[in-house]
Design a protein around this ligand. Structure first.
Ligand code: LLP
Length: 387
């Protein structure tokens, strides 16, 4: 999306503003499909990465199913129009009540996270289940978003999985295996290790499965230096393994599909020169966009200005020093009122926004290649006080 369009959107809808480029989302879904050409597969969109009602509707129209992890995500999937058969249920600590609702509704399947969870399934209803395997593979990502190591809370190891399979109650039908080793993975090797051990397990147990759910986790190029997970390498190294496994593949992708399609437009409020540093304060903050403070995540930032280059910290207005979008960044010196763009915020952006410091959550718009459309209005103080 070009600068002119971003300026136009900020003028029409104010700042801070999340903008999503629909064409880019569609292209990225096609990129996944192309990468997996020759392998029967289905993408379930990870709601947690972006749960805007309107965007979810688009995801369904693009052919994605729903990967949901909470009762509210489930209700959102229903409201958006996903049928039960298009929903996969994930997460740990599912309650008996929640499981009862999923089972009555006959969701496509539930990824079982533990031996203990099996006990909580209602005994009088049947369900299709997949077992979430924790393969103890290092996804080489930030520790908060690694999920496939044995110290992580998710899934069961192969030994437990085997026990589970042989002791599943008659009302639970094993239809697949599930494995999600982490998020923002940019190297194919953890996927290779995972698939090799899953294949061994399937063969050893002589499992006849409907599908293998390999989760999400495909990493994007936050650094803008070509570090996105290489789909060429994926095609070369992973696709043959998937073909060898020989059953339909389910994916639960979020970030790869929508991350780079999202922009956060923010306005410069102050340029502060201290004797030690320069700071640019903008009207977005850690309440608008949490990833930098939470994971020390790098996001590319640009100011729409013709000024000379300056070294700065780009900060928000929340009362914490960690409320910083980038440290020691070389940017074009803006003027107060100029716009800044924070890139690749489509995933885990708005969905992790908060009201900290009673910040009001921003508006969201989509761009269809021609026009912008408001898909969530800016929060108001009345919205906050209503509760
Ligand atoms: N499936 C399961 C079971 C998951 O736990 C996740 C993400 C996904 C799929 C989707 O992963 P993706 O394709 O988006 O990488 N807030 C963090 C990311 C947390 C991811 C949690 N699970 C961040 O901002 O980096």
């Amino acid at each position: 999306m070009n600068e002119e369009m971003l300026v136009r959107a900020a003028k029409n809808f104010g700042t801070p503003l999340y903008i999503y480029d629909l064409k880019e989302i569609e292209n990225r879904i096609h990129k996944v499909q192309k990468t997996l050409e020759g392998v029967e597969h289905r993408i379930f969109f990870a709601f947690k990465s972006n749960s805007n009602f309107h965007l979810l509707k688009r995801m369904r129209a693009f052919g994605c199913g729903a990967d949901v992890v909470s009762m509210s995500e489930y209700k959102m999937a229903k409201s958006v129009g996903f049928t039960s058969d298009e929903m996969v249920i994930n997460g740990n600590g599912k309650t008996e009540d929640e499981l009862g609702i999923y089972l009555k509704d006959k969701v496509r399947y539930i990824n079982v996270d533990s031996m203990e969870e099996v006990e909580r399934f209602p005994k009088n209803l049947s369900a299709r289940v997949a077992i979430r395997i924790n393969p103890n593979v290092d996804a080489k990502t930030h520790p908060h978003i690694s999920t496939g190591l044995r110290e992580n809370k998710f899934g069961v190891d192969m030994k437990e999985a085997s026990k589970l399979i042989h002791t599943l109650p008659a009302n639970l039908k094993l239809v697949g295996l599930h494995c999600h080793i982490g998020s923002q993975i940019t190297d194919v090797s953890p996927f290779i290790d995972t698939l090799n051990s899953l294949k061994l397990f399937i063969d050893k147990e002589d499992l006849k499965l409907e599908f293998l759910n390999i989760g999400g986790g495909w990493g994007v190029d936050y650094l803008h230096n070509g570090t996105e997970l290489s789909t060429e390498k994926y095609r070369e190294k992973i696709v043959p393994l998937l073909k060898k496994i020989g059953i339909p593949i389910h994916l639960e992708l979020g970030r790869f599909i929508i991350g780079p399609a999202g922009y956060l437009v923010t306005k410069v409020l102050e340029i502060k020169h201290s004797s030690f540093k320069n700071f640019i304060a903008v009207d977005a903050s850690m309440s608008t966009f949490l990833r930098p403070i939470l994971y020390n995540a790098h996001h590319h930032i640009e100011f729409l200005s013709n000024g000379s280059k300056i070294l700065v910290d780009v900060v928000g207005r929340v009362c914490e020093s960690g409320d910083t979008f980038g440290k020691n960044r070389e940017v074009k010196t803006p003027k107060v009122g100029d716009l800044g763009i924070i890139y690749d915020v489509g995933a885990y952006g708005y969905s992790m926004a908060s009201n900290y410091n009673l910040s009001l959550r921003p508006a969201e718009v989509i761009f269809d290649g021609k026009d912008f459309k408001l898909i969530r209005r800016r929060e108001t103080f009345d919205d906050l006080i209503r509760l």
